[in-house]
Write a protein that binds this ligand. Structure first.
Ligand code: HEC
Ligand code: HEC
Ligand code: HEC
Ligand code: HEC
Length: 137
């Protein structure tokens, strides 16, 4: 009795895997949180799932479409694959530039939306030390 129950559970798990497996193949699952590093002021703790899932921000808001200077190899690829600390020609936008402008962080991928949200009463970080914190390693 016990053995057959265990067998049924195992069979169920195997079936689930067979059915769901192919849907996952090829697509990388994003981590819940990314620590984006480089700035000596400190890393940025970016809650990917809070942005993409909870706040339902469209993927393409941050993950832009492939551009001719350096073609994408996946639909959603790590920014750091192409935007390096020092932009290597033909790339012009460095790692920082992927997220905000220099030197005052007044606009860019992360800042434009945060400013717009704050104008509507939200409290998204726009000051340097609200994003860059030594604690984020
Ligand atoms: C608010 C901006 C933002 C949104 C919205 C967003 N992402 Fe991301 N995503 C990022 C950042 C930043 C990273 C980390 C990049 C890095 O490490 O350089 C990332 C990483 C990823 C990665 C890992 C890539 C790799 O090669 O390691 C995947 C996969 C991904 N995102 C998928 C998605 C999907 C699917 C959606 C929509 C449901 C989405 N993202 C929405 C900003 C965003
Ligand atoms: C496969 C390579 C690749 C990946 C991955 C990539 N980019 Fe880009 N990105 C480019 C290219 C090519 C350009 C255009 C040339 C340039 O500005 O250097 C660009 C330009 C930009 C620009 C400048 C404004 C514009 O639209 O032209 C921003 C901002 C930007 N990317 C943000 C991001 C962010 C944020 C991520 C990660 C969520 C990301 N990129 C991932 C290749 C990439
Ligand atoms: C389309 C809008 C949008 C974009 C783009 C966006 N954010 Fe946010 N972000 C928000 C909102 C909304 C909040 C929450 C504000 C609140 O809770 O009052 C937030 C909050 C945060 C927080 C505080 C912790 C948390 O998740 O609640 C951090 C850190 C943050 N964002 C980093 C980033 C970074 C880094 C980027 C660029 C890769 C980015 N955000 C892009 C809308 C956005
Ligand atoms: C919404 C979050 C956010 C805010 C606010 C913000 N930054 Fe950033 N910044 C980032 C992210 C994400 C990166 C990429 C990760 C890294 O390099 O630390 C970055 C990168 C940088 C870098 C590049 C470091 C390197 O790799 O060479 C510098 C310098 C920088 N920021 C300075 C500032 C300054 C100065 C301010 C305030 C005027 C500021 N940032 C505000 C998110 C933010």
């Amino acid at each position: 009795m016990k053995i057959s129950k265990l067998f049924a559970v195992l069979l169920g798990l195997i079936l689930l895997f067979v059915i769901c497996g192919p849907a996952f193949a090829g697509d990388k699952t994003p981590q819940d949180t990314y620590i984006l590093k480089g700035n000596p002021m400190g890393g940025v703790k970016f809650m990917h799932s809070a942005h993409a899932k909870d706040r339902k921000i469209k993927c393409e808001t941050c993950h832009h479409a492939s551009k001719p200077e350096k073609a994408a190899t996946a639909k959603e690829q790590a920014c750091s694959d192409c935007h390096t600390k020092v932009a290597a020609a033909p790339m012009k936008t460095n790692y920082k530039g992927a997220f905000h402008d220099s030197p005052m962080a007044k606009k860019g991928t992360c800042i434009d939306c945060h400013l717009a949200e704050n104008a509507k009463g939200k409290k998204a970080p726009t000051k340097c030390n609200e994003c860059h914190q030594k604690a984020n390693v």
